[in-house]
Write a new protein. Structure first.
Length: 273
């Protein structure tokens, strides 16, 4: 009886494999170059254990990417186009802002924000890059923004709004610096993180009203040691991920007035008025 039961099930098994195995091999095809890289990748060290670890990491990362392709961080669309950080649908839906965001501060001329925070996929993208350990999104967004907006003067330098050492240790990166790096890679300007420092922050500015934000931000930033002699007379572009009241960028601009800059601009990924 058991033999007959197996014979009855056997055609079903054959049909299942006939229907699914071709798709499995289609999914496995992208793995083949990764297997080849397993034997050709050059590790940082020549010790046998390091060689094995490096090649194994390369192989398994390639297998994971091929079998479980990344989805769009904004809408969850699967899979993403090659070398893309978000899908084409979300890219088409990005709410670009052609006009300046100011005047929120007389010290920032101009003050620009690339996207409308409250429209399209902007809020989700910024949340992902800031709170979900996705610094590569900030860099890609900076590149996308830089391709649409005119660059600053050739002698300008970008200053990402600094975060406290405690927050950097907890998050592992400064999202404003990653966004600025993306801008700089297209605009061909430099990023300078040695000018401003942020003091200890007792409460997130996003939790405060406008008047309290202005008071807290005013004492939150100062010039780094030696910056007064290094950076006098330069043209600066203060860069941040989100613009709300303008208090943060204004406080940074106030600190920069001590070195008599030739000009100070503000540039943010998004504006949330």
């Amino acid at each position: 009886m058991m033999a007959f039961a197996v014979l009855d099930v056997f055609p079903l098994i054959i049909d299942y494999f006939a229907a699914n195995v071709p798709h499995f091999f289609e999914r496995c095809t992208p793995i083949l170059p990764q297997i080849n890289r397993f034997y050709t990748v050059k590790p940082l060290s020549s010790t046998p254990l390091t060689v094995l670890r490096t090649r194994a990491h390369t192989l398994f990362h390639g297998v994971e990417t091929a079998l479980f392709p990344a989805s769009c961080p904004a809408c969850g669309f699967l899979p993403l186009p090659p070398n893309a950080q978000w899908c084409t649908r979300c890219d088409d839906a990005l709410p670009w802002r052609p006009l300046a965001a100011g005047p929120l501060s007389a010290l920032l001329t101009p003050l620009r924000a690339a996207l409308d925070f409250r429209a399209g996929p902007t809020r989700t993208l910024l949340h992902q890059l800031k709170y979900r350990n996705r610094p590569e999104l900030a860099f890609a967004l900076g590149q996308a923004v830089a391709r649409r907006f005119a660059p600053p003067p050739p002698n300008a330098r970008l200053i990402p709004v600094p975060i406290t050492p405690e927050k950097f240790k907890r998050r592992g990166y400064n999202q404003a610096e990653r966004f600025a790096a993306g801008l700089a890679s297209v605009w061909h300007v430099s990023v300078d993180q040695s000018v401003l420092v942020r003091r200890v922050q007792h409460q997130s500015l996003t939790e405060l009203d406008r008047s309290t934000r202005l008071q807290e931000a005013h004492v939150a930033f100062s010039l780094a040691d030696g910056a007064q002699n290094r950076a006098r007379g330069a043209h600066w572009v203060l860069v941040d991920d989100t613009l709300t009241t303008g208090a943060t960028l204004h406080a940074c601009a106030v600190a920069l007035t001590r070195i008599r800059p030739s000009g100070v601009e503000g540039f943010c990924a998004a504006w949330a008025p």
